[in-house]
Structures are given as C-alpha cells and as structure tokens.
Design a protein around this ligand. Sequence first.
Ligand code: ADP
Ligand code: ZN
Ligand code: MG
Length: 486
Amino acid sequence: MAETKEKQTYQAVIGLEFHVHLATRTKMFCGCRVTYGDPPNTHTCPVCLGHPGALPVLNEKAIELGAMAGIALNCEVADHAVFARKNYFYPDLPKGYQISQFDEPICVGGHIDVPTSDGTVRVGITRLHLEEDAAKNVHVGESGRMHGSTGSLIDFNRGGTPLMEIVTEPDIPTPEAARATANQLKAILQAIGVSEADMEKGQLRCDANVSIRNLDGSFGTKTELKNMNSFRFVEKGIAAELERQREIIEERGRIEQATMHYDPNKDEVYSLRSKEEAHDYRYFPEPDLLPLELSREWIEDKKNRLPELPAEMKKRFVESYGLSDYDAGVLTADRDLAAFYEEVAENADPKQSANWISGDLRALLNEEGIEISDSKVGPKHMIELISLVETDTVSRSAARTVLEHVFESGDAPSSIVERDGLAQTGGDELDGVVEAVIADNPDEAERVRGGDKKVVGFLVGQIMKATRGNADGGQARERLLEKLGS
Ligand code: ADP
Ligand code: ZN
Ligand code: MG
C-alpha cells in the first residue's frame, strides 16, 4: 500500500473485532473468582465446568460494565437483550455451547473518533455483546502451540470469565489507522474502568478483517487475521496481509476467504486451513436465563456515572493547559501518562511539563519499551527538574542528561546535578567569567564596543568554554553585551 502511484488503485478495507475481559470480581454465571496466573483449575465450580443440571446466574456487574462501555462508544443501549447458546464442540468449552448474545445484543450502532496522522477517522461500532470466555488449552511441547505439541491440557480458571465482544464497521482505511483505533478503544475502556485491557494477560484480544476494494468500489473478499498479540503486530500483520492480497490481485488471481495468522518473526502471514468451513452454530435463546430488561432510568444512571473519556480529557487539556492538539492527544491516549502529566502540571508550567513528558520522557519510555507506571521517574522528579531549568540552575541540555540519569536510577534531580557538576554557571559566577573573557580578549572586546557584532559569537564561545558548557548561551550573550555597553 506504500507506493503512492498505486494509492488510488488499491484501497484497503479493514474492520476490527475485539474481545475484552470485563473487570468483575467473579465470573459471568457463577461465583468463581476471576484471576490471572493462579495455579490451573483452582477457580472452578459445577457451573463453569459445565456439569449437567448446573444453572447459570447472571453477574449484574458485567451487565453494568457492558452498558457503560457501549455508552462510552456512543452506542444505543437496548432496553431488551437476549442471551443465546452458540453451539460448537471444543475441549475448552465443557457445556458444548458458549452463552453469548446473537440477534438481540446489549448495544448497537456507535462510533469512535480516532486520531491518525491523516486526521481524525470516525470508525463505526456495529455492535457490542456480552458472553463468557472459554477455558484455556495449554499445549505441551516446545512450540507452545497445538501444531507439534505432545499433548494438551486444559485450565478451566479462564472458563466463564465475563467477556465483551466489540465489532467495528469496515471503516478503517490503513494499517496505521487500525492500530490507532485499537489504541483509542483501549484508552476508552481503561478510562471508564470496565477493563484493565492488558493484552499480555489476555484481557484484550484483537482480530482484523482485511480486504482490498474492487475497482468498481464494491467490497472485495475479506480474510480474517487472528492471534496478533500487540497493537504493533496488528498494524504490521494487516500491512503484510494487504501486501499478500495486492500481489494476488496483480497476478489476476482470486482472494480466497480464509483465516490467516501473522508471524512477527518472519513478518509474514500464513494460513492454516485452505478452505474456510462455514460455521453453523445453531444459535437459540438460552432457556436458563431470562431476557435482559434494562429500564431507561437504569441506562441514564450509568450514563451519568461515566467518568471523563479520553476525547473529553484531550479537549480539557487543550483548553485549561493551553496545549496543542497533538500534545494533548499524546498525553491522553495513555491514562497513566495523563494522570502523571496532570500531577506535574499542577505544580509546574503546564506547557513545559507537556514538552518534557510527551517529548523527552516518552522517548525514553519508548526506547526501553516500558510504561510510565513501571518507570523510576515520578511526578516529583519531573516537577523538580522543570524548576531547576526555570531557576536557571541547569541548562535545558544539561537537564536532558539529568533526566536520563533519573530514568536509570530514580535519584533526585538535584542530587544528580550536584554529583555530576551539572549546575549552570550564572549570577556572580557568570559575571566573573564574562569579565575574565573580556580581559583576556581586549581587541575583540574593543571591536564590540565600537559596534562590530561579528565577534560577539567568538566571545560567547569563550565564555561557554570557560564554563565547560554549563552556562546558558543567551544569558552569556546578554551579560557580555551589557558589560561592553552595546
Ligand atoms: P462475518 O459474517 O464473516 O462474521 P461480518 O459482516 O459479521 O462478517 O463482519 C465481521 C467483521 O468484518 C466486521 O468487523 C466488519 O467490519 C468486517 N468486514 C466486513 N466486510 C469486510 C470487508 N469486505 N473487508 C474488511 N472487513 C470487512
Ligand atoms: Zn464457576
Ligand atoms: Mg459476524
């Protein structure tokens, strides 16, 4: 898709499907705890193990969180929703069916506005429905995958975890926009607290549907891309799949509907099955659960209790801190970074705070591939650092060095300045240096007194040299000209 001359000919069509664990204490239809990393099969009961005769009891908190997510995604929350059995056989599904929602889901018809480098893209939300997660198959052997394993074990701890499926319209035009959509969705879900949405814990999973538009503008055949375990791989996987489809189209071949997998090591997509079997899940209404009846008051109450969403927070950052759209977008895309920023901005110049956090600090985080919550730099460090620059204790470039040391050690900026002799030469000390430089360079000084500005740079250079770069260039120049009366 990269070649510009082909831009008009090859137009990508992308739709995403997300599965998100809801942040409830217990499972969807039983009292078992939702846990991560506990020993296998320690949180099970007859309901989530699918024993005959065991009856599901709906988790009210899950309904509340699902509705709140729908409201935040600008969906309509239905006043009547129905749980349905989705029937299929797999070892991780002991009942032989998953309780899900089918033709009457809890939420439909929303949208999110996604910031991309080409401007804002509005991505439609087709539906949001509630279901239960399956258990987890653990494949024994080196690969950790079914293919090539020597056996499979099942951990039922995950079975029955409250799950929300969110399906977007095929509105996403580029792999980059797909990644941004996933990021935006995650930020929204985290902001309202309906999910931790930690991909590493499997709390957020994303599949992509990918096709290339036909010449007449109609949709082409789509493939489904599964198992991408980071948003970076979502972007790269879609790009690789579009590339594969483009090559087939250029050779006048036909795209086969298929399920594809992305291999990040090879940066390639591959297909496990050549022909897609048509599923027939034989959905029917779950007879053991009553339909959900949600009153307008109940829905209104959830709406009122919704906290500030990333888009609203961004607007507030622009208005109350005077930030650029870009800085506000970067800071509010990450809930923890936004909270970090606010703490700093309450105690330091808001624009300087944004520059340091969205620029220097974020670059260090990206380099190390860590989150702000795992960093040794706290708001206190940042506030102190900004004040050291503001009071001319350190130059801006020395402050960058100080930040790097804080990032590594978590030490206080002032103690690093002292330890490494990074303090800026100012005040009387700078005056002394300026006078010494004038005395050592009488000819140049005389020329400046006579109005010749060409040698000012040379003299400032001498001052910088004498202070080993620890003076502020602008300040040095100012003092010099003052003393030379020009
Ligand atoms: P299916 O019947 O295969 O489940 P759906 O119409 O339910 O397909 O759509 C599933 C997902 O695929 C949605 O995210 C939707 O936006 C996306 N999608 C639908 N058609 C296309 C297409 N031609 N190209 C890419 N994505 C598509
Ligand atoms: Zn249980
Ligand atoms: Mg579908």
